[in-house]
Design a protein around this ligand. Structure first.
Ligand SMILES: C[S@@+](CC[C@H](N)C(=O)[O-])C[C@H]1O[C@@H](n2cnc3c(N)ncnc32)[C@H](O)[C@@H]1O
Length: 267
């Protein structure tokens, strides 16, 4: 199934590779500590899934889809006026402490599809501040029923990855925000020490683990030092409606039944 949201760092291209690994663990629960656009879960459609993300608005949206969200309760029009009106309503719900309401979830969907590049950005006061996206045409989903059925047995949680309870029969796919070397800037506030914290946390488990990241030198060194087998992939990404960017990504694998020499053949 296709992701419902536009989300930076979507991993649909990784589905064929992960699916070959996951077929050895079909009875396992898939755990995504950095769920984002949930491309992998929707690609594999496992019976049991735990999707976690630090972004509570995102998780609130998925939880309401699971509970039967009707997106038509709000005005869904692709024009500047409606966009800023809906953005104001969304921010008002946040101020009133009603960010976890179904209306906030429907507005989150609309803002994600209509805002600039599907960005999800908040100012220091916690208000959503992404400008209008100026798309020529948007196919809004008017019913999430298909997703509701799939989500019925899936669990969603919001918080830092370290709060997740990992069980013996979990297959972990971790896709943290990219490491950005040589700059102070870090996406979503995910710093270099968070990248290390993630690898140390994962090291506590014997479970099958797949990690993906930008292949910066320090990430490659870090993953190698924790015993992962690595595979490199060059990916072309849309960074805006017009611009494209090539990045070198690394897929790091541990405790799966796939031996290092076989990873080469999986992409
Ligand atoms: C690269 S995106 C994941 C993309 C996803 N795999 C997909 O296919 O769309 C990284 C996600 O990590 C989340 N995140 C950032 N810091 C986090 C943390 N400390 N714990 C859990 N999630 C976090 C962000 O909100 C973002 O959604």
């Amino acid at each position: 199934m296709k992701p419902i949201l536009k989300w930076a760092g979507g991993k649909r291209w990784l589905i064929p590779m992960i699916s070959k690994m996951f077929e050895h663990f079909r009875d396992f629960r898939l755990v995504e500590p950095f769920a984002g656009g949930i491309a992998i879960a929707l690609g594999l459609l496992p019976k049991k899934v735990l999707l976690n993300d630090a972004n509570c608005h995102l998780i609130n949206f998925y939880k309401w889809v699971k509970n039967g969200l009707d997106p038509t309760v709000i005005k869904m029009e692709n024009n500047r006026e409606t966009y800023y009106e809906n953005r104001r309503k969304f921010n008002l719900l946040i101020t009133k402490g009603k960010w976890s309401s179904p209306e906030a979830a429907a507005l989150f969907y609309y803002l994600n599809r209509t805002g600039y590049n599907g960005l999800c950005r908040f100012n220091k006061k916690g208000s959503f501040n992404v400008p209008f996206g100026k798309y020529k045409h948007i196919n809004y989903v008017l019913s999430f029923e298909e997703y509701e059925t799939v989500f019925k047995n899936w669990d969603f949680s919001c918080g830092d990855f370290e709060n997740i309870d990992i069980m013996p029969n979990d297959f972990i796919y971790a896709d943290p925000p990219y490491d950005v070397e040589f700059t102070q800037y870090s996406k979503n506030g995910f710093t270099w020490s968070d990248q290390i914290r993630l690898v140390k946390w994962l090291d506590k488990f014997q479970n099958p683990i797949v990690l993906s990241n930008q292949a910066t030198k320090r990430i490659v060194d870090l993953y190698l030092s924790y015993g992962y087998s690595l595979k490199y992939v060059n990916i072309q990404r849309a960074i805006s409606c017009k611009a494209r960017n090539r990045t070198r990504e690394v897929i790091a694998v541990r405790n799966t039944t796939i031996e290092e020499h076989l990873i080469e053949k999986l992409l």
